[in-house]
Write a protein of this length. Structure first.
Length: 220
């Protein structure tokens, strides 16, 4: 998976970076970031360091200063620099980040990358709404994955764009995905008490190793 492939998920101006082995070095972190690691196991420490370090590199490309990336006051979400929006995704050895400058066409964004393969049958109905399953059941499957696996990635990306703006937790069925399979694009609709004026749309893709989705939240 390359940054170029993930960049196709977003409009021009969004920067995508994929972490490398050097980014896992926690010595590159600010002291205040290392303090957040606490008693993390070694694998989680490497993941944490990679996420912060690659995000800092992406933000620098947009002109943001290389300061520490700490947590939001009320939860474990990252407090991004004022005027920026970003999202990190980790999955089995891959760490990627998408960053952008907040503006009329980009209020918030989300990124999700998942391992390829069918979604477990035991959780499909927890992720997908019945109407989504009916609609997607008529489409050619994204082999070696399936549509529920891609819906999972789309909803994760959409939620990552949604939450920093609203600070509202959603369950998977509270969001409905509408897919344009030919264009590899989708929109996400919040079903329960949606906030007026917010729109979430994105793009998705897959290959033999991963499924992936990007989302952009706009305010219109």
């Amino acid at each position: 998976m390359t940054a170029g492939e993930l960049s196709r998920l977003y409009p021009a101006g969004v920067v995508v970076e994929v972490a490398n082995a050097a980014d896992e070095d926690e010595r590159l972190l600010h002291g205040s970031e290392r303090a957040l690691m606490g008693a993390m196991v070694p694998s989680r420490r490497r993941e944490f360091a990679a996420g912060r370090n690659v995000a800092r590199r992406a933000l620098a490309r947009l002109g943001f200063p290389p300061g520490p990336l700490l947590r939001h006051d009320n939860d474990r979400d990252i407090e991004w620099p004022q005027g920026s929006t970003a999202s990190i995704s980790h999955t089995n050895g891959l760490c990627a980040v998408a960053c952008g400058v907040v503006g009329p066409a980009l209020w918030s964004l989300g990124l999700d990358v998942e391992q390829a393969g069918p979604l477990g049958a035991d959780i499909v109905t927890a992720i997908c709404r019945p109407d989504e399953l009916v609609t997607l059941g008529s489409l050619a499957p994204p082999v070696p994955s399936d549509w529920p696996r891609l819906v999972f990635a789309m909803k994760e990306a959409a939620y990552k764009a949604w939450y920093p703006v609203t600070r509202r937790v959603l369950d998977f069925p509270e969001m409905r995905i509408s897919v344009d399979a030919a264009a590899r694009s989708y929109s996400a609709e919040v079903m329960e008490a949606p906030l007026s004026g917010l729109s979430i749309a994105g793009r998705f893709g897959w290959d033999g190793q991963f499924v992936y989705a990007g989302a952009v939240l706009t305010r219109g």
